[in-house]
Design a protein around this ligand. Sequence first.
Ligand code: G3P
Length: 227
Amino acid sequence: MKFFLDTADIAEIRDLAATGLVDGVTTNPSLVAKSGRNFIEVVREICGVVSGPVSAETTATDHPTMLAEGRKLAKIAKNIAVKVPLTPDGLKTCKMLHAEGAMVNVTLCFSAAQAILAAKAGATFVSPFVGRLDDIGESGMALIRDIVEIYRQYQGFKTEVLVASIRHPMHVVEAAKLGAQIGTMPPTVMRQLFLHPLTDKGLAAFLADWKKTGQSILGDAKAAAAE
Ligand code: G3P
């Protein structure tokens, strides 16, 4: 499963990218607004930090303007994925940008029917929002199960399922169990994935016992390197 960070916070992206476990980044207008940065500038900077796909969202709602925006965004860097909304104009734009060789992320997907349309339009990624479905009493994961199952029936569907609106580690685990290719998550959720109290407790016990031995794996080399 690939992990994308859902943020426009460049410091967070740099920090987590250093783990080697970040495969891409997704942004949206709300995240850009939160960053307080110029949209084009911040997206260009993110593309320099992460080599995988970086989603940058169009903001027009009509096809001609959305297409012009998408073409402009696609020129920022080779790893840009143009994000368009799951609307008739968005899918028309998706189809054209796909034909031009751009990666396209179709966002704001809330039904399996919509996901079928995105695949037919040649989307590189479809973004179903699991957290927002959970928020209204529906099951985000049931939607992921449906989309994964449907896409598996058709070899011609090349679209990857990019699980979005992830709110906690169990969303990541459940999406992985269903075979979704990607999860995009806030930095806080990615950090939570590393944590388990028994890991901390076990490590503390090992270190305490190791100290009693008086040994050092690096021995003199460690002291020499510190000089
Ligand atoms: O980037 C789209 C999506 O991940 C937004 O998540 O938490 O605002 O529903 P959220």
